[in-house]
Design a binder for this molecule. Structure first.
Ligand code: NAP
Length: 250
């Protein structure tokens, strides 16, 4: 006979009914994460710039019985981010989980790299995390709980040639994640950095000589990691997760 309530069992986290805001949810890792949260019973708020692709993901989710809304948002725009959180509160009245996942990668050697591309990479991968956290935190603080997952990259720790803006943005975002965690841990808000290696997503479209797609992680691997971290018991926090393809850096 199996004991129904073993004395040493840890409390397991519960995602059913939680409200998860996911940025960059129209494609790749963000879309896979939205699907995984919905499958776990969470209510998902999808954000990305392109309305059509975002609404298509939301429509697929609602048709399958999940609760999902699409709020087209440029996460580099302070007013748009404010509207994302206000829109979430209008629909679901709370924000339990924020997944900062949106980001673009432009690559090139420093000597050739355009200032506008630098701004685009830094703003979408670094400034956006600050903006989304800044606006999601007040409702989380009022609730007395919350989780923020920042999808970074192994590029936060490894210097890749022709990737100065991307590496700088991700390394900066790792520092931001640590500071943010220290600022809100006393208020029962857990903050986690997820650092994937190469993942086979549209991110690589147009990148010359990409690594072997067959060897890359699948977006579902990263999504599963994020959902698993959010389902952990409240008596622990996972501060950093590195998720790599079996062959490592490709
Ligand atoms: N793929 C990889 O190998 C890999 C590895 C490590 C880390 N990552 C990181 O994982 C995250 C997701 O990457 P992915 O591979 O899933 O990329 P992806 O397939 O290109 O998807 C990126 C998502 O972000 C959205 N987005 C981009 N800029 C945005 C902005 N300013 N405002 C709102 N949404 C924006 C895109 O939609 P719109 O264009 O419609 O806005 C899309 O939904 C990124 O932070 C990336 O750096 C990726």
């Amino acid at each position: 006979m199996v004991a129904s309530n073993p004395p040493n069992a840890v409390e397991t986290g519960e995602l059913d009914g939680k409200v998860a805001v996911i940025t960059g949810a129209s494609k790749g890792i963000g879309k896979a994460t939205a699907l995984a949260f919905a499958a776990a019973g969470a209510k998902v708020v999808l954000a990305a710039r392109t309305r059509e692709t975002l609404e298509a993901v939301a429509a697929d989710l609602t048709e399958s019985g999940a609760e999902a809304v699409a709020i087209p948002t440029d996460v580099t725009d302070v007013d748009a981010v404010q509207q994302l959180i206000e829109g979430t509160l209008d629909v679901y009245q709370r924000v339990d989980i924020l997944v900062n996942n949106a980001g673009v990668g432009y690559f090139g050697r420093v000597v050739d790299f355009a200032p506008d591309d630098w701004d685009m990479v830094l703003n979408s991968n670094l400034k956006a995390i600050y903006l989304c956290a800044k606006h999601a935190l007040p409702p989380m603080l009022a609730q007395g709980s919350g989780q923020i997952i920042n999808v970074l990259s192994i590029a936060a720790k490894v210097a890749f040639e022709a990737s100065a803006a991307y590496c700088a943005a991700k390394a900066g975002a790792l520092a931001l994640t640590k500071v943010l965690a220290s600022e809100v841990r006393q208020q029962n808000i857990r903050v986690t950095a997820v650092l994937p290696g190469s993942v086979h997503t549209p991110f690589w479209d147009g990148v010359p000589e990409p690594p072997d797609f067959e060897q890359m992680l699948k977006p579902e691997h990263v999504a599963g990691t994020i959902v698993s971290v959010c389902g952990q018991p409240s008596g622990m926090v996972t501060e950093e997760v590195v998720v790599m393809p079996p062959l490592g850096i490709l």
